[in-house]
Structure formats: structure tokens, C-alpha cells
Design a protein around this ligand. Structure first.
Ligand code: SAM
Ligand code: SF4
Ligand code: SF4
Length: 385
């Protein structure tokens, strides 16, 4: 990739962010199977891999049309990690404690031959021989066509984003006039091939789609016998292009009270440590709902997630301003003129994780106007949700 391209790409995704840092290699790499713990004692369990920065939707909270227009420069194919490069890194992450991989984007189903990558990742095993929890987040637009192939390739489950049941509201939110019926058909197809338990994520934006909360809850209670879990996400101040305002955030507690008035709820225990969603179940036994309260109830304390961007930069937090350029270790030679070894790359990942102290949401809650939370951040469509 030319230097000119590099500058343009960094500019567009995070105007004032410094270029990603080149990782350090430890003098004596630790054994490759050692489990990692960061500076705040948090393990590394969950890796989100963005496979494309492109999307066929223009959700205003993520890729507003005014910014992601025909002049927007998406990454050239040569910048993207190849499937082999993704597999190499994923293997090293899994050896160091990752047991869940989520493919994301942009819209991951736009990446050509994604099934091949899924097959490769599905063959990985954790150090104790367990298959990975392998999943994918999608806007659902291509699921009807692809669900069967994804399942056959070894994908276990999917999360589908859907912000309303009302066709006009949904078309406005995706801003490309995409009909809600096609996403519902995609969910149906995913259920039919057994890509479950399926989660449906709804970002709630006050003044835009709050009126869709109860219809969404009703729909997913009435269909699929509780096998599709609806989760409400607080609208986050991620990225720099969506014009985020606190008064457009509808706190989860308010959403939960609203649903409870229509369909009484009881609280549930988290199913695993580091889980982002607070879980509730319908008292009448018709399934469960979740609430992801990234703004009003920070869950940094046990955040065990790392994010690998489309071009192979490792981010330690959704709100990070700088990544760590793992791709350089895959593509550029060691100063000794040979390729970096797996042990060296694993060692570099270890050092990066051990240095981690990110806890953006906690800091924002305790000191909203501090320098710790100021500065321009990377876009969600680049880093993956
Ligand atoms: N295109 C896929 C999709 O929409 O499911 C995957 C990528 S998208 C960036 C991942 C998730 O991030 C989606 O569920 C989306 O709703 C969520 N998201 C994007 N911007 C957000 C924001 N500002 N606040 C909260 N969630 C957001
Ligand atoms: Fe695309 Fe997903 Fe972002 Fe919407 S949330 S614009 S579907 S990447
Ligand atoms: Fe994790 Fe960063 Fe989100 Fe906190 S703000 S939960 S550290 S991604």
C-alpha cells in the first residue's frame, strides 16, 4: 500500500488519531499457550474481527450518508487481511485464551467467499480441545441467500441488527430504503437452518425509534417460541461522524420499565463472565430480553474483548484512538531480514494485552469532560461492533 493511501485512510476514519503503532516483540517470547491478563487483571477471551469496512446500509448512527458518500474512500482490497492472515492471527489469539470469535464489519456478508474463512476458523480448537464459539453480526440483508452456506461452513449462530418493526421507520434508519420484511425473512432463514440461539440487536435512539420498542418485544415474544433473544442497545458515542448527543440516548432502565409495563419481566443471572447484556425473562415464560447499557452502566470492569480491524490493527477498546499494527508483523520482514515467527507475533500480542488499561465507559461516567475521554475515535464500521 502506498504512503499516500495510508494517510488518506487514517484521515477518514479518525481525523486526529495517530497512525497505528508497530508492536514490540519481547526478547524472550512466553510459551505460546500462556493465558493473558491485562493491566487491570482482565483476561483476553473474546476477539471481534472486522472483515470489511463496506456496508450496503447507511444507518445514521454508524455510517451517515453525508460522510460515507460516493467520495468516501474505502480500503483497497490489498489492505484487507487475507483469510490466511486472519487465520494465522486467530490461531495465536486462541492459543492465548480467546474462545469466542465474532465476525463483523461493515457488513461481513459483503466479504466475498466468507464461508471459506468460517470453515477455516471453525476448525480451530482452544488449548483444552474445545471448538470456538464462532458467531457473526449482520444487518440481515443477505441472510436469506446465505444462511444455509454459513451453517454448512461451521458458523454456530448469528446476531442480526434490526432497529424497528415499522417499515417506514426501518427504511429511514438504514437510509437505503431497505424493507423490514427482507430482514425478517433473513431471521426466519437463520432459524430454519439452526443458526441459533439467534440474537436480535436494536439500537434505541430517542426521538427516532423508541416507539418501536414494544412492537419489537411483542414480535419476538410471539414468534420462534423464545428462541430469538431481543437485546436493546444504548446509542453510543462511538466514532466521530454520527453527531451523538446524550439526550438521544434512552437509558436501558427506561426501556426495561416500558417493556415490563406491557410484558412483566424477571431478572436473570449472567450466563458467563464479561457478558455485556443484562438478561431478563418474560414472567409468562415466552423467552428473554437483554439490555446493553454501554452508556449508563459501564461494564469495563470485566471487558475481555479485543478487536481486529479490517486491515489488521488491534484495538483494545471500542473507543480507542490508536491501534497496534499486527499486519506489519505478517507482511514486513523482521530486522534480520526473515519473516516474523508465530512465537514472536504471539509475544507481541501478549505485550499489547498486558499493557492494556482501557476503560473508556467507566471514565466517561465518572469524569464526563475529562481529557481521558476526549479526542477523536475510530469509526464503528471500521473497527467492528
Ligand atoms: N453491519 C453489521 C450490523 O449492523 O449488524 C455489523 C457491524 S455493526 C457496526 C455492529 C453493531 O454495532 C450493530 O448491531 C449496530 O447496530 C451497532 N452500532 C453501530 N453504531 C452504533 C452506535 N453508535 N451505538 C450503538 N450501537 C451501534
Ligand atoms: Fe452498516 Fe451495520 Fe453500520 Fe448499519 S450498523 S451502517 S448495517 S455497519
Ligand atoms: Fe470494553 Fe472499552 Fe467498552 Fe469499556 S469502553 S467495555 S473497555 S470496549
Amino acid at each position: 500500500m502506498s504512503e499516500r493511501n495510508t494517510i488518506a485512510i487514517v484521515d477518514q476514519r479518525s481525523a486526529s488519531a495517530p497512525a497505528a503503532t508497530r508492536p514490540r516483540i519481547p526478547d524472550t517470547p512466553a510459551p505460546r499457550n500462556s493465558l493473558l491478563s491485562d493491566g487491570l487483571g482482565r483476561p483476553l477471551r473474546d476477539l471481534r474481527i472486522s472483515v470489511t469496512d463496506r456496508c450496503n446500509f447507511r444507518c445514521s448512527y454508524c455510517m451517515p450518508k453525508e460522510v460515507f458518500d460516493k467520495h468516501h474512500q474505502f480500503l483497497p482490497q490489498s489492505s484487507l487481511l487475507s483469510f490466511e492472515e486472519i487465520l494465522r492471527l486467530a490461531t495465536l489469539f486462541v492459543a492465548q485464551g480467546v474462545h469466542k470469535i465474532r465476525l463483523t464489519g461493515g457488513e461481513p456478508l459483503l466479504r466475498k467467499h466468507l464461508e471459506r474463512l468460517i470453515e477455516m476458523l471453525a476448525a480451530l480448537r482452544t488449548p483444552d480441545g474445545t471448538p470456538l464459539d464462532l458467531t457473526l453480526t449482520t444487518n440481515g440483508s443477505l441472510l436469506t441467500r446465505k444462511a444455509a452456506a454459513l451453517k454448512a461452513a461451521g458458523l454456530q449462530r448469528v446476531t442480526v441488527s434490526l432497529d424497528g418493526m415499522d417499515d417506514a421507520v426501518f427504511r429511514r434508519m438504514n437510509d437505503v430504503d431497505f424493507p423490514v420484511a427482507d430482514v425478517l425473512a433473513g431471521i426466519e432463514a437463520a432459524v430454519a437452518v439452526g443458526l441459533g440461539p439467534i440474537k436480535v440487536n436494536m439500537v434505541v435512539k430517542r426521538g427516532t425509534n423508541a416507539q418501536e420498542i414494544v412492537p419489537m418485544a411483542r414480535y419476538f415474544r410471539d414468534h420462534y417460541g423464545g428462541r430469538v433473544i431481543l437485546r436493546f442497545i444504548e446509542y453510543m458515542d462511538v466514532g466521530a461522524t454520527n453527531g451523538w448527543r446524550m439526550d438521544e440516548v434512552m437509558p436501558s432502565a427506561e426501556v426495561q420499565r416500558l417493556i415490563d409495563q406491557h410484558f412483566p419481566l424477571d431478572t436473570l443471572d449472567p450466563s458467563q463472565p464479561g457478558e455485556t447484556a443484562e438478561r431478563w425473562r418474560y414472567r409468562d415464560g415466552r423467552g428473554e430480553v437483554g439490555f446493553i447499557s454501554s452508556v449508563t452502566q459501564a461494564f469495563c470492569g470485566d471487558c475481555n474483548r479485543a478487536r481486529l480491524s479490517t486491515e489488521g490493527q488491534l484495538y483494545l477498546c471500542l473507543f480507542a484512538q490508536q491501534g497496534h499494527d499486527l499486519r506489519s508483523l505478517l507482511r514486513q520482514p523482521h530486522p534480520a531480514g526473515r519473516p516474523y515467527t508465530d512465537d514472536e507475533i504471539a509475544g507481541a500480542i501478549g505485550l499489547i494485552w498486558q499493557d492494556r488499561s482501557d476503560r473508556y465507559s467507566q471514565l466517561r461516567a465518572s469524569q464526563p469532560a475529562s481529557s481521558a475521554t476526549a479526542g477523536r475515535r475510530i469509526e464503528m464500521s471500521y473497527i467492528g461492533g
